[in-house]
Design a protein around this ligand. Sequence first.
Ligand SMILES: *[C@@H]1O[C@H](CO)[C@@H](O)[C@H](O)[C@H]1NC(C)=O
Ligand SMILES: *[C@@H]1O[C@H](CO)[C@@H](O)[C@H](O)[C@H]1NC(C)=O
Ligand SMILES: *[C@@H]1O[C@H](CO)[C@@H](O)[C@H](O)[C@H]1NC(C)=O
Ligand SMILES: *[C@@H]1O[C@H](CO)[C@@H](O)[C@H](O)[C@H]1NC(C)=O
Ligand SMILES: *[C@@H]1O[C@H](CO)[C@@H](O)[C@H](O)[C@H]1NC(C)=O
Ligand SMILES: *[C@@H]1O[C@H](CO)[C@@H](O)[C@H](O)[C@H]1NC(C)=O
Ligand SMILES: *[C@@H]1O[C@H](CO)[C@@H](O)[C@H](O)[C@H]1NC(C)=O
Ligand SMILES: *[C@@H]1O[C@H](CO)[C@@H](O)[C@H](O)[C@H]1NC(C)=O
Length: 892
Amino acid sequence: MEQKIILLILFLLSIFKLGYSMIYPYPIDVKYDEKSFTFIFQNDRPYFTRLILYQNETTPRSEMAPNYFNCSLVGGMRHCSFHSNESFSRLWGSIESKVCAREESSPVEVCSFGIADLQKYPLASNLKYSKNPKTSGEDIVITGNYLRFMGGPNFLVNSIDTSIPFDVKGNFSDPSFDCNNITVTFPPGSGIFRLFYDETSLFPVTYSYESPKISSTVFDSLKQIITINGDNFFTDKKLVKVSFDGINQTNFNISVNHTQIQVNNFNRVDPGPMSVSITVDEVSIEKNYIHCFPAIITSISSVSNRLDGIVTIKGEKLSSTLNSSLTPSITIGDKQCKFIKSTPTELECNLDKNELGGKNLPVNVNFGGCNSTSPKNVTFTYNIPTLSSGSYLNGTVTLIGTNLGTNEESSIQLYGDGINNTNISQFKVSSSDEKSLTFELPLLRCRSFNINLTRSNITANTLSISASLSVNVTNRPTVSNGILNIEIYYMDCTINPSAPSITVGDPSSASPCSMPSYNSSYYVTTCPTPYGTGINKEFIFKLNSETVSGKFSYAPPKVENRTISDDETNIELHGNNFGNSTSLIKVYLNGIDISSEIIESEDHQLTIKILEYYENGPINITVDGNYMESLFYLTLPPVIYGIINKDNKILACEGLITVSGKNFLTSGNEFKVKVLGNNKTTEVMSQDEKKLIVRAESKDCPIFVSTFIRDVPKSNATLTCLNGTLSVIPDLVKNNKGIGGNIHGYSLSYISEVSLSVSSGTVPLSCDLQCSSSPNDTLYDSNTNISSSETDITNSMDCLSCHSNELVNETSGVLHIQLGLISFHHNVKIKIELSPSPSPSPSTGAERNSKTSKLSDGAIAGITIGCVAAVGCLCGCFFYFKITTRVKNYFK
Ligand SMILES: *[C@@H]1O[C@H](CO)[C@@H](O)[C@H](O)[C@H]1NC(C)=O
Ligand SMILES: *[C@@H]1O[C@H](CO)[C@@H](O)[C@H](O)[C@H]1NC(C)=O
Ligand SMILES: *[C@@H]1O[C@H](CO)[C@@H](O)[C@H](O)[C@H]1NC(C)=O
Ligand SMILES: *[C@@H]1O[C@H](CO)[C@@H](O)[C@H](O)[C@H]1NC(C)=O
Ligand SMILES: *[C@@H]1O[C@H](CO)[C@@H](O)[C@H](O)[C@H]1NC(C)=O
Ligand SMILES: *[C@@H]1O[C@H](CO)[C@@H](O)[C@H](O)[C@H]1NC(C)=O
Ligand SMILES: *[C@@H]1O[C@H](CO)[C@@H](O)[C@H](O)[C@H]1NC(C)=O
Ligand SMILES: *[C@@H]1O[C@H](CO)[C@@H](O)[C@H](O)[C@H]1NC(C)=O
């Protein structure tokens, strides 16, 4: 209101001043943006023509370029837009600037109007501040438009004290100076205030000093002072409010102007966070600051986690008295220690069993986000392994110490002279207290070694241990002139070795061994052994001044070959390690103990009597408890018991001769078994250990069978033949090639003539004996029930296949058969073959009914010899013969 009255007075004054009376050209509105502004006038009123901007009260801007308003009527209003050759960033003038105007009816321009009288004009806009000024004062860069359109230019009026404007820096007269970017110096101050860019009170802009900031807080528990460091606290305590956790503090002072406040007589027992808030002259801190009252750690107990490690931490502020649910989280190194309980001065937590150990670890206690770390001299160490003693016994090392850990977290390495760094991966720790540890000592060349035990990267003190001499026998000496190879471990490598000695049996007779030589892993020596047999022989080995006992076993007996004495009464086994003491030797042949038949034993030869019942088979010899490593298959001379054809008869057609005996499979020419029939060789049809079946080549009858072993005659027999007998005289069959038929009977090989008499004459028939057996006829019978003695020849029949190429018309005739001295005459029918088959030639008109399969170990094999005539559908001759053979296969 006051402002309006002033304006009105100014207006009246201006009318008086002017000789020419033009009323003030009040625009009714102004439109503006960063690049243009337009005043709007009523069309019958005076309007602007140009601006005369003043640099100060008295002087217009000299450097200003010409400007003008371009006016036009728009919708009954006069719109006058500003034009200048200067950029808008150079648009500046003091409140003393003038405006020129004219009336539409007159060309006269009047330039006496003060710009200060305007009520519509472009306002400082798009204001941006580089920041808010600190309470201690600072230069702030302000950007925007129309900042200096009417005001200053080098001062900025403000509400703190309107008589003391702020300084605006810069030479506005300099054409390069940007009036849209000014720097204002704010003096020390506080709170919220207003800026008047245009020096009128019409359009104030609110602004404030920067809000208080806290950078740190320090609590001095002795002086009971909390010092708050920060900024923008100003200098006047009366304008400042400080609160802790929402409670206003009254006892404080600004200890350093703007940057530090001290709150006095303050104390707190509890650890944890406290919210600090400060307001300066109504400007509040943006975000409350959290002051942490740390727990104070003065000591920590060190424990082993595996013993339910409860860690006790002593100090102050270790529990919250105000808030019982505020419990701390505790870490030791990077391991969690589970909170158990606490008082203000003592806290207990529990380390997990699975946590590994650590050395000089810091302890951290955290209450509600407030961390406290133990001081450098207060650290926690646990599971530190220590070794107090170690010992070696019988291959095992035992270590005594503390915190020896587990297989997962501990590692053991051996090192020392003659030892490549050796890791021990398998060891046992006493689980209850981790105070003892054992492991198998690997074989080492030298006796002394150091032990490096590391648990979770913490290495225990080094311990040195010595093992005692140890030997390892690596071979079995022969019975005579034996040599024992001995590996020597844990030798005293600090002294030069001397030749060791060995004592076997008689304690007074030590034998010298060779000088030990060594490789990277052990020493080795060879020692002589006395004549001897048996296993687990004790010996005493002496090296330097140390003795160690051990055991060795003599080499086992081994048979390389055998001979049979010329008179076939003794077996001589040749080989090694039989010894010369027959009482220590056991001999098993085919599992039968024949030890009592030992005649003599020398180291390389064992002589045994042959008895009747011996059969070929594995021979197993043990000497003084030493078993053969692989058995020897003993073959013995064959024995012939006799020729065992049933009724001493033989079928002329096949002439199979069965010889019984044993050891028929003895190989080679050494004991050749020979069977002759009428002094002619025979063909072997089948052979096993106990039976030999041959076929006589001779068709003569009777047949004298003789047997030989090594050309020495053995059994013989005269076998008679079955008389020739006819059993079936079949009808004959004819076709366009001739006539044919099959005649069955026994011993048909004595057939001398077969002919057919028909009314037109006599037709001779030629016949083939169709029942020869050959090895190809072998059939294997799967019937395991046939015993090996079964040789069935009673059902055997011969079969004659007879035919003639002559054609006959008759349908019956008389068949004449001359068999040896006997003639047979039979009336027969002659049938026409119904379906002329793809004629099997009558001369080969029989097919072998045969199949074969592989012989398997121990299977019973039979021989079946069959002959089926295939001339038409006539009943063929069938002939069945079984021979069984048991095949044994001990060695493959
Ligand atoms: C205004 O500025 C001019 C030129 O710089 C100077 O001569 C004059 O003294 C100033 N007037 C006042 C009142 O400061
Ligand atoms: C301001 O700028 C003008 C024009 O460049 C120059 O003549 C004058 O000397 C300057 N004033 C000051 C105080 O530097
Ligand atoms: C702090 O500010 C006050 C008020 O402006 C003043 O009296 C006092 O001397 C200042 N103190 C210091 C150390 O500057
Ligand atoms: C107490 O502490 C708990 C855990 O830090 C917190 O959630 C709770 O707000 C606190 N209560 C008070 C009253 O401060
Ligand atoms: C042991 O040390 C190695 C290498 O310094 C490190 O990678 C490993 O984490 C450590 N183990 C423990 C249990 O501290
Ligand atoms: C066996 O042979 C050894 C060495 O030749 C001999 O010392 C020992 O007397 C012999 N023993 C018998 C029982 O012949
Ligand atoms: C040889 O005889 C011994 C003593 O009877 C026996 O323990 C061993 O098994 C036999 N060996 C074989 C391969 O049968
Ligand atoms: C062998 O004989 C037994 C009883 O005597 C019988 O059960 C079995 O079927 C026979 N096996 C063959 C293959 O004939």
